[in-house]
Design a protein around this ligand. Structure first.
Ligand SMILES: [Zn+2]
Length: 505
């Protein structure tokens, strides 16, 4: 069977999702998990974008061994130099360079002619090839580019040494049949195309990213670019798990294979949603909470008799076990093993914290599920550094009810000084927010508030995600987990404000 390469861009395009910023350490953890998942290429970041990006790409390149590590670069010498500097120690380095080719981008964004764009593309590929033998080129906005010009660019960059040519549907505009035809035309008509792998990079603005990617595979594409949970700019990228499970479940139809280790799909999804703070919608295919839940009586009856009646996939196949894994008698070693299986690499001190919290939770509720453990581990690893905690919560009290004005009183330490904050609001969370706003050293507002029960039931862990916006409009995601909804809310809001304060510096 023809093998389709999976190019994961969770750490580059995915991290560009509004508010999904990852810390350095979280990026390394996700990269390690992607290695277990069996992707062929990791796009680790955009090294020229910032020093943080550069450092993360460099460390990922030096950490993971079994796959290619790719750095993104515009078609400019300084970008390519920087990308190479970041990935040169990788076992299998790849430079991915790109230039817009559509008239609308060239005219309004780049102020370049087609000839100039072609020359920049070829020069960029040549420079990249002088460093690295694995070079990928993307003509940005390919689906809105004049095909004649697109084919010419592809021919010239392959001639210049590009081993992979990636066709991005940058704005998520293409339709499956049309996109498949474009890929087939490229495979049939571009001179020299047999010397390159054709890749696709689809966005989900019209909900077609996966459909377009699959149609491209049927028409000759040898690489798909995707992200875990489909996160990414705007409506996101093609989702890795959906592509992998389509190609697997319907392998007789597609006649291709991937090297994805299916059992790592669910753990990867849990980790990415947890660390990015981007929750997975319940009814999301493959990894949504309801993906394998049968509600209709007739379906339940059928599944109990034989799971194949209504299930085309088995949840265990993707590593979704949803079973009791740890309890109050589990020690540090058992916790460590479970967390390691889920891709979390924690220090001894963090491990102790996670073990204690699992014990506390097991005391209160009967079962601790893998989702709970990932949530707790995510909470512990996402703790801010001591110097970033300018606001520390000592104690809080809430009064609420249907006949009283909801009031919050918080005892805080702000920059080393004791401060008491009081606020009222339409409800307890509003009161907490108003109290914190009244004492915050910088202007902040709460833009979004989400409350999730991690594993159902009134004794479940509450997972609160907030978006805090500072005076200049920058969004900071923060999340906190606790058995108590108001404790989780207070901690999440304080964490968000602390992130905004750290960023302001
Ligand atoms: Zn993209």
């Amino acid at each position: 069977m023809r093998k389709i390469r999976v190019f994961d861009t969770t750490l580059r395009d995915g991290e560009q999702s509004p508010g999904a910023t990852l810390t350095h350490r979280e990026k390394i953890m996700i990269a390690r998990q992607l290695e277990k998942l069996g992707v062929d290429v990791i796009e680790a970041g955009f090294p020229i974008a910032s020093d943080d990006d550069f450092k993360a790409v460099k460390e990922i390149a030096e950490t993971v061994k079994g796959l290619s590590v790719c750095g993104l670069a515009r078609a400019m010498p300084k970008d390519i130099d920087r990308a190479w500097e970041a990935i040169q120690n990788a076992k299998k380095p790849r430079i991915h360079t790109f230039m817009s080719t559509s008239d609308v981008h060239l005219k309004h964004q780049f102020k370049k002619t087609r000839d100039e764009a072609l020359e920049m593309s070829v020069e960029a590929v040549k420079l990249a090839c002088s460093y690295c033998k694995d070079v990928e080129f993307s003509p940005m906005d390919a689906t809105r580019t004049d095909p004649k010009f697109l084919f010419q660019v592809l021919e010239k960059v392959i001639e210049a040494g590009a081993g992979t040519v990636n066709i991005p549907d940058t704005v998520g505009y293409a339709q499956p049949v049309e996109f498949g035809k474009l890929i087939k035309n490229i495979c049939d008509n571009v001179p020299g195309i047999e010397n390159a792998v054709v890749s696709v990079h689809c966005h989900n603005d019209l909900g077609l990213a996966v459909a377009n990617s699959l149609e491209a595979v049927r028409n000759g594409a040898g690489q798909v670019e995707c992200t875990v949970n489909g996160i990414g700019e705007r409506a996101g990228n093609a989702s890795l798990e959906e592509i992998a499970m389509n190609l697997h479940t319907r392998s007789e139809f597609f006649g291709v294979c991937t090297s994805i280790n299916l059992k790592e799909i669910y753990p990867s999804s849990l980790m990415v949603s947890n660390l990015t703070g981007m929750a997975v919608q319940r009814n999301k295919a493959i990894v949504g909470k309801n993906a394998f839940a049968h509600e209709a009586g007739i379906h339940q009856h059928g599944v109990l008799a034989n799971s194949q009646t209504y299930e085309i996939m088995d949840p265990e196949m993707i590593g979704n076990k949803s079973q009791f894994v740890l309890g109050k008698h589990s020690g540090k070693h058992a916790t460590k093993k479970v967390l390691k299986d889920m891709g979390f690499d924690l220090s001894d001190d963090e491990l102790k914290q996670v073990t204690n919290r699992i014990k506390q939770l097991a005391d209160k509720q009967k079962t601790v599920l893998d989702e709970d453990i990932v949530a707790i581990a995510g909470d512990v690893t996402q703790q801010l550094k001591k110097e970033e905690k300018r606001i520390v919560l000592e104690e809080f009290r809430i009064e609420t009810g249907n006949k009283v004005k909801p009031t919050a009183i918080l005892k805080l330490i702000i920059d080393g000084k004791k401060v008491e904050a009081k606020g009222t609001g339409v409800g307890p969370v509003d009161a907490i927010t108003n109290a914190l706003q009244s004492v915050s050293p910088t202007k902040v507002s709460l833009h979004e508030y989400h409350l999730n029960a991690i594993t159902g039931g009134t004794d479940a862990l509450a997972d609160v995600e907030v978006k805090i916006v500072n005076g200049s409009g920058k969004v900071h995601n923060a999340e906190a987990i606790n058995e108590d909804v108001l404790t989780a809310s207070t901690n999440a809001i304080i964490k968000g404000i602390n992130k905004a304060l750290a960023n302001k510096k």
